[in-house]
Design a protein around this ligand. Structure first.
Ligand code: NDP
Ligand code: 2IT
Length: 444
């Protein structure tokens, strides 16, 4: 059996039930076959792949807090410190009822390669809780965040592990987490990114993942003789990534006609009015169906089905495995020719294979959504220097990073004879740097 297959079998056996983690490992290892086969003896004797798929550390802890009725609640808390070969662990915190160790391990594993691709000195990690911020009061969210950080503070630090936001964790949560870290440790340091602008946050971090997604998709289109302007775009989700992907796509002349949340989706043939969405989602924390109250010509449909809306470009920006093979076929049949993953692993393996086998332009999450963590790394730099850069400076750096990531993925794909396969290209390019650093640092 090949080394890759052996390691994959071992991952399935040793991590029972962690299906998303298995899926992420399989996708990466499959596309690394060419590289690994060429170095099989060396990697095998160093147990390189076995080390790559095993997190350096997984911390899990109890998070007790008191709700507004005086009732004590208990949630699970985690931090997966996956790989620190190229820098301190870096990656978001997700607060969502679906969170479990397997999901955080898949996200941490992806993060290792994504962070490598940014070219910046950041290792990979992820954390979170099965806490659901939806419907909670600000006080309840604060109580939860303070309890979560009381435990997490033992394992994080500006040069050790630097969490940020992800699903269910935005500016409000980062603020409460930061306040508690400072209170416990007495350190005013860049231990979190995505902070508010008055206490060490970076301009553009809020927009960065969505903007970066559109920058790299535009770059991919350009290199394939196409242009974003005038195209019809469907974006799933209506959270941080979806909102700023929509904003940048609109600024670049595309027409975004749909957005969604976990209840349903809105279709606005005249183009999504983003100020309405921001008011619903960022101010009122409401549901996307409220969009039609403000824009009666738009249509709301309950449930899944956003991928049935005809478009040129699809940007899945909600969650993992939200776009399956049927959706991929529907998109293609309706004329969609490009897909950029704002979310982490939003396309199932079958959908990804369909895109690649049918000549669609496909930019996978670990390249396409890397602008968020890249700008987090820029926030870390600013914190270390005790300086703040202007919006234009940060945006320009973000743009350059996304253009570079495109080039790295395109180049690696070409070097290994799979031109245009950005899945293989991103995995290979991300892997090369991490492996080099791991080999240099010996058996650790
Ligand atoms: P938000 O919490 O801001 O928004 C998440 C959006 O996705 C909401 O519209 C939410 O709907 C929807 N959603 C979440 N879970 C589900 C589900 N199980 N089924 C259907 N819809 C769902 O998160 P972000 O925008 O930050 O994150 C979105 C994706 O982007 C995630 O995959 C995340 O890992 C990835 N990402 C985020 C980065 C960042 O900087 N924030 C960076 C890189 C990647 P509802 O409100 O109904 O739950
Ligand atoms: O998935 C991701 O890259 C993020 N949620 C952002 C991580 C970060 O550290 O900014």
């Amino acid at each position: 059996m090949s080394y890759v297959d052996e390691v994959y079998e071992r991952v399935v056996k040793q991590n029972p039930g962690e299906t998303e983690f298995h899926q992420a490992v399989k996708e990466v290892l499959d596309s690394l076959r060419l590289v690994i086969d060429a170095n099989e003896e060396k990697y095998r004797s160093m147990a390189l792949l076995e080390r790559l798929v095993e997190p350096e550390r997984v911390v899990s802890f109890r998070v007790p807090w008191v709700d507004d009725k005086g009732q004590v609640q208990v949630n699970k808390g985690y931090r997966v410190q996956f790989n620190s070969a190229i820098g301190p662990y870096k990656g978001g915190l997700r607060f969502h009822p679906s969170v479990n160790q397997g999901i955080l391990k898949f996200l941490g594993f992806e993060q290792v390669f994504k962070n490598s691709l940014t070219g910046l000195p950041i290792g990979g990690g992820k954390g979170g809780s099965n806490f659901d911020p939806k419907g909670k009061s600000d006080r309840e969210v604060m109580a939860f965040c303070q309890s979560f950080m009381t435990e997490l503070s033992k394992y994080v630090g500006a040069d050790q592990d630097v969490p940020a936001g992800d699903i269910g964790v935005g500016g409000r949560e980062i603020g409460y987490l930061y306040g508690q870290y400072k209170r416990i440790t007495g350190l005013y340091e860049g231990v979190l990114t995505g902070k508010g602008l008055t206490y060490g946050g970076s301009l553009v971090r809020t927009q960065a993942t969505g903007y970066g997604l559109v920058y790299i998709v535009a770059e991919m289109l350009k290199h394939n003789g196409k242009d974003l302007a005038g195209k019809t775009v469907v974006v799933s989700g209506s959270g941080n990534v979806a909102i700023y992907a929509t904003e940048k796509a609109q600024q670049m002349g595309a027409k975004v006609v749909a957005l969604s949340d976990s209840n349903g989706y809105v279709y606005d043939k005249d183009g999504i009015k983003l100020d309405v969405v921001k008011e619903i989602k960022e101010v009122r924390r409401g549901r996307i169906k409220e969009y039609v109250d403000a824009v009666p010509t738009a249509v709301y449909t309950e449930g899944k089905g956003i991928w049935t809306i005809p478009c040129d470009i699809a940007l899945p920006c909600a969650t993992q495995n939200e776009l399956n093979l049927e959706d991929a076929k529907t998109l293609k049949a309706n004329g969609c020719f490009a897909v950029g993953e704002g979310a982490n692993m939003p396309s199932t393996r079958e959908a990804t294979d369909f895109f690649l086998e049918n000549g669609m332009l496909f930019m996978p999450g670990k390249a396409a959504n890397a602008g968020g963590v890249a700008t987090s790394a820029l926030e870390m730099s600013q914190n270390s220097q005790r300086l703040s850069w202007t919006f234009e400076e940060v945006d320009e750096k973000l743009h350059k990073i996304m253009v570079d990531i495109y080039a790295k993925a395109a180049d690696a794909a070409e070097r290994y004879g799979v031109k245009g396969n950005y899945v293989a290209g991103a995995n290979i390019a991300g892997f090369e740097k991490v492996v080099d650093a791991m080999m240099a640092q010996g058996i650790v």
